[in-house]
Design a binder for this molecule. Sequence first.
Ligand code: ACO
Length: 312
Amino acid sequence: EDVQLEERFEARIAEGEFIEPRDWMPEHYRKTLVRQISQHAHSEYVGMLPEGNWITRAPTLKRKAILLAKVQDEGGHGLYLYSAAETLGTSRDQMLDALHTGKAKYSSIFNYPTLTWADVGTIGWLVDGAAIMNQVPICRCSYGPYARAMVRICREESFHQRQGFESLLVMMQQGTAAQKEMVQDAVNRWWWPSIMMFGPPDDQSPNSAQSMRWGIKRISNDELRQKFIDAAAEQAKVLGVTLPDPDLKWNEERQHYDFGRIDWDEFWRVVNGNGPCNRERLAARVKAWDEGAWVREAALAHARKQSRDAKA
Ligand code: ACO
């Protein structure tokens, strides 16, 4: 019977149909999705911290309103993604426990510090730009709730990318020499970590082959990284910044930019908990969870009271 179920499942994937929560699915498919969706949710959640750091110091009311909206969007993305993962039979408590105890991964990129105001614009341009490149194909992933959540997330991400680019453009075109230097310095620091976000090279990516077969991944890590580099190299010219890679060069034959060697040792150091801000980020999430305990208790007490009143 299982063989038949598996054959039907494979056939539906091949037909490009969505798999929905109540449908039969192989255990490994379920586990892969829980892993990826929960890591994605944690990334959005932890991702609020580096930029949240600048909300009180945004240079104008307009920039502050934009930044507040963006950080709130990220909290919202985390919530849709936790909900999508819950449809697979895991609980939010389990996922958050894995994050808070350091068992769960989240994107390497959020373990770097935001040293100046230009980091906020640079995160919008490069980090959110990379996130969109990776996430647009997930709108077509085979698991319905994940694919649907990604549609709204991608629209919001593209606003995030645009506001970041625009904020840098203003500094580059109308700013002082010091502001231009600040932008260049931020770009120098964020460039390599941004292109690491796409994950290890395809031939060192243990999950890729199966995820591609199941339609969870539609485009490979390396192919997305190349698409992102090609787009960013052109955008950098518009901005008037240089990307910190002497080997970055248009290759006429390949019709792509060539680029220099990525420091994968740094990537794995950060993924394994030893980046510049890993401890700080995790401590901030644990503190927020602990300090929110009274809100959870009050909400539960309120819900209990409501249901008692409804019954009476
Ligand atoms: N940061 C941290 N861990 C990473 C990263 C990264 N940038 N890239 C890969 N990894 C981890 C993988 O999670 C995997 O670990 P695991 O097996 O313990 O789960 C391991 O490195 C090997 O990588 P892959 O085999 O390539 O893993 P996978 O097929 O899951 O591909 C990818 C990784 C591309 C990140 C995929 O999971 C994905 O597309 N996720 C959804 C998008 C996402 O999470 N974005 C978050 C950042 S963007 C944002 O939030 C704004």
